[in-house]
Design a protein around this ligand. Structure first.
Ligand SMILES: O=C(O)CCC(=O)C(=O)O
Ligand SMILES: [Fe+2]
Length: 301
């Protein structure tokens, strides 16, 4: 018997993912939330982790005093339950990666002394693809408040679709339209892996409990086929979606950012075959009722 498409992508058919690392929970993003992620390449949840967990996390990373991988956190119950399975943040992961997503197995700490005169160069993390597929998410957690003086990460909305080699971007200074992730304690933000980002300069002395700015980073993986399985608004008007990223004109060739975000949304919704880009005013900009594409639609740019 031929398995259904959905069966082929079920966790059971993915032997390299251990069952006990899978997680499911109610999604916390609706259609507009998913579109915002496609368009901007990130979503921020301020202060969602309780203070008690934040304090434990700071004590933990301060005791190992290292910017290397805190080895056990991915397998420490209070961290898994309070951070990795945090209902708001993991609910957004659930919306974007579908049911039974794989939990992170490794945690990194981007730990920076306060103050620190150097700032990071603009970059995408190693191994990034430019793609409409959301196979995994890179997620960041600030256990302490991070002010602009403490050198938060800044991200460039929409840049997850902007093709530039690392050595052609790292020297850029201030870019118009960037977003600071300065935040209250317990903030988690999710990113498309290829988003441009950098650490900003830390001008403050030691703040809070720590002499460092701690930023924990980890990755979740998809194990099921994409489909529109998030908070559904039955009245949502698909014909009226604005996919244009902030700063579209500065960053992209005209409209290309919106088209890329539209393709990502079609893929996430499980209707990629309905995405047809023929150039110019075609989907998602064109009229309803266009004739089908002449070529294989999954091959569209
Ligand atoms: O330390 C930062 O703010 C940026 C960290 C970073 O580039 C990364 O985690 O990939
Ligand atoms: Fe990075």
């Amino acid at each position: 018997m031929t398995p259904k498409a959905d069966d082929q992508s079920s966790p059971a058919a993915t032997p390299f993912v251990r069952g006990d690392t899978l997680h499911d929970c109610p999604p916390t993003l609706d259609d507009q939330g998913v579109i915002d992620f496609c368009r901007d390449g990130f979503v921020i949840f301020p202060g969602v982790v309780p203070d008690e967990i934040n304090s434990k996390a700071i004590d933990y990373v301060d005791n190992i005093d290292s910017n290397l991988t805190p080895p056990d956190l991915a397998h420490t119950d209070w961290f898994v339950d309070g951070v990795l399975k945090n209902p708001q943040a993991a609910g957004a992961v659930r919306a974007l990666l579908g049911r039974d997503f794989a939990l992170p197995v490794r945690i990194h700490n981007h730990r920076g002394p306060l103050p620190a005169s150097n700032q990071g160069g603009w970059h995408r993390d190693g191994g990034a693809l430019y793609t409409h597929r959301v196979e995994y998410l890179q997620v960041f957690y600030y256990p302490e408040a991070c002010t602009d003086e403490m050198g938060p990460t800044e991200v460039l909305p929409g840049s997850h679709f902007v093709r530039t080699k690392h050595n052609m971007m790292s020297h850029y200074g201030k870019i118009a339209g960037t977003v600071s992730t300065a935040c209250v304690a317990g903030t988690i933000f999710l990113t498309a892996f290829s988003i441009w980002h950098r650490r900003t300069r830390a001008t403050s002395g030691p703040m809070g409990k720590s002499k460092f700015r701690n930023l924990l980073k980890y990755t979740y993986w998809r194990t099921t086929a994409p489909k529109r399985d998030w908070i559904i608004d039955p009245a949502f008007d698909f014909a009226g979606i604005d996919f244009s990223p902030t700063g579209d004109r500065a960053l992209f060739e005209q409209s290309q950012g919106a088209i890329a975000a539209g393709k990502m949304f079609a893929w996430l919704s499980g209707v990629q075959e309905q995405y047809i880009k023929r150039g110019g005013p075609s989907w998602p900009l064109g009229p309803v009722g266009m004739p089908p594409a002449l070529e294989n639609p999954t091959d569209q740019p």
